[in-house]
Design a binder for this molecule. Sequence first.
Ligand code: HDE
Length: 709
Amino acid sequence: MAKNRTNTPKTVKGRGGETHQQASSANGMDMLTTNQGTVVSDNQNSLRGGTRGPTLLEDFVMREKITHFDHERIPERIVHARGSAAHGYFQVYKPLAHLTKAAFLNDTKAKTRVFTRFSTVAGGAGSPDTVRDVRGFAVKFYTSEGNFDLVGNNIPVFFIQDAIKFPDLIHSVKMEPDRGFPQAASAHDTFWDFATLMPESMHMLMWAMSDRGIPRSYRMMEGFGIHTFRLVNEQGKSTFVKFHWRPTIGAVSLVWDEAVKLIGADFDFHRRDLWNAIETGGFPEYELCLQTFDQKKADTFGFDILDPTKLIPEEVVPIEPVGKMVLNRNPDNFFAETEQVAFHPGHVVPGIDFSNDPLLQGRLHSYLDTQLSRLGGPNFHEIEINKPVCPMRNFQRDGISRMQVPKGRVAYEPNSLDNGGPRGCPVHGFTSFPEPMRGEKVRERSPTFADHYTQARLFWNSMTEPEKRHIASAFAFELAKVETIAIRTRMLGHLVNIDTDLHARVETTLGMEGQADKIQPAAQPKTMKPSPALSLIAKAPATIKGRTVGILITDGTDAKLLAALRKAVEAEGAAVQIVAPKVGGAKLSDGKRIPADHALAGGPSVLFDAVALLPSDEGTDALLSEAAAIDWLRDAFGHLKAIGHVPAADALFDKAGVATEADDGTVSLAGSGGIKAFVAAAKKHRIWDREPGLRAAGVPKPEKARKRA
Ligand code: HDE
């Protein structure tokens, strides 16, 4: 057979009569075959009756190829359709035997393989990345005892308390069924109609409207398992647990105007960011942290640990870092891996167990069910990305796309014909924690789930002032897109119950003072002690590690300064990207030409975390008539970024209406210490003090006005 397939260079005729040297033959590469293994002679022309005649039905090569193509898509995920993933590993810091018998949480030497998929929730598979939405954070651990999936989000609470409401929630946020829009957006009537009729969603709404809804990068966001789970140790002792992921380079977000503009500048911003970081060796890392507690402690919380709309403040139960996940390899094939990966909260290993959270309980049904339609049948566990790495044997048989070829007569158990066959094992097998059960069969929610405002208020009270502004303006933005006035006034009524300052900011930004509905809470909200750990800004590390600094250059840019700036930025673990009027690059002051990463027209400043403008005098003259250059600077300023500049750029600042010494984020790079000061400013991530001078939305109402209202 091999002999028949030796490569002999071959010249084939193209459609237009041109000739192609067939790469496979010419380069000694494998020959192209059909799916049945027959070598294809010509992949350019279908079989015709005469060169100008009809295509023949007989052409099995073309028909196989096109039939396969016609069936390339599988149903996209009904939620979390848009996502990106990466391979990596997880390693535990020290054995957790006191908490769990799970092997991968006890063996400090084991590098457990993982596959992690990040996603948005509402949009379709082709929707943009930087929309306001919750992000999925799903990790598949291929452990020595089977796959464990931690299928979480970047927000620690959820909209609803009971799985039976999930289809309603998702239908309300998806495109409205009659008109087919808006895509990937909560800012429309049906979402807010539903949410305002479901007071239990109030806490989650606060998070979704906060900066958490617009993360800067999948590499820079936290993850949460949300529900209370159980860890069970060798002695059978159960400990409640909440799972957290913390990115080691800090969690930071976009600003709203930037997120909106990014949708135009780079539809795939998060996907590209994750891919590029891994390709260039900047491997994303996240610490797995646990909050563990027992029932006695839980009884002191004042809320129900089975209620997924509640979190446990870290100040009440500290989080303990127990291990690290490193994502160090991009998928080889997006479809085969990222698209076909099947997560399921029910994929657990001995030592990890569920609680009775009614949302979690419903999820335990949904994820297996959804794979049946998405992946075509019950054998999706045989797809490469879903296969456990430990042995997998049982008597399940057949079904669509069965890959395994089980041997022998026996497909049942017990059997006496196949004594070597697999049997259940009470010692190593998964055993459920024997939680005592009692109660009547009811469709009823526990009264301990009734408080819908206390933690929404806790979240608000734990925010810094910039974060409060963003939350208030996000509510106002979304409600302004809601056409039905009654829905807006209903939401204003809920905001009164959450916090009067928040309500005042939103009603003023909307211009709807005094129109809030009166809403009687089911349980009177309480005021909890603020939890500073809930604020992103308060705990943002001073770093530019993993960030990108965009530098605008022109012909004649000071080569020495550029080199020094690049060195300083890269020394901090950040990347530099060069933007020039033309992608061919620019000739620097030393006569050398350097290429650009972006042409100015395709490299707006929204793509970068901090920017520097290093044009020459002549370069500035040319940039003054480039709207893209003015927008570059204006947007960087408006998006509160650190901006380094040289005196030659002054005229550009004038034209953009930005002062060269506007604040400590606009830094002259010319003098000594300029680069250091710029890096220090960039490490703040944003110059928050600049914001009130730029945007009135969401600012607190003057005290007097509030009292009057
Ligand atoms: Fe999901 N969810 N979900 N979800 N979810 C799915 O499973 C569902 C919920 C989450 O990258 C689906 O394979 C129900 C909470 C992530 O492939 C589906 C309920 C949390 C992903 C499904 C919830 C999540 C999904 C769609 C309410 C955070 C993407 C396709 C009871 C803890 C996983 C699929 C990936 C995906 C059902 C609520 C996280 C339909 C019924 C709460 C990260 O099975």
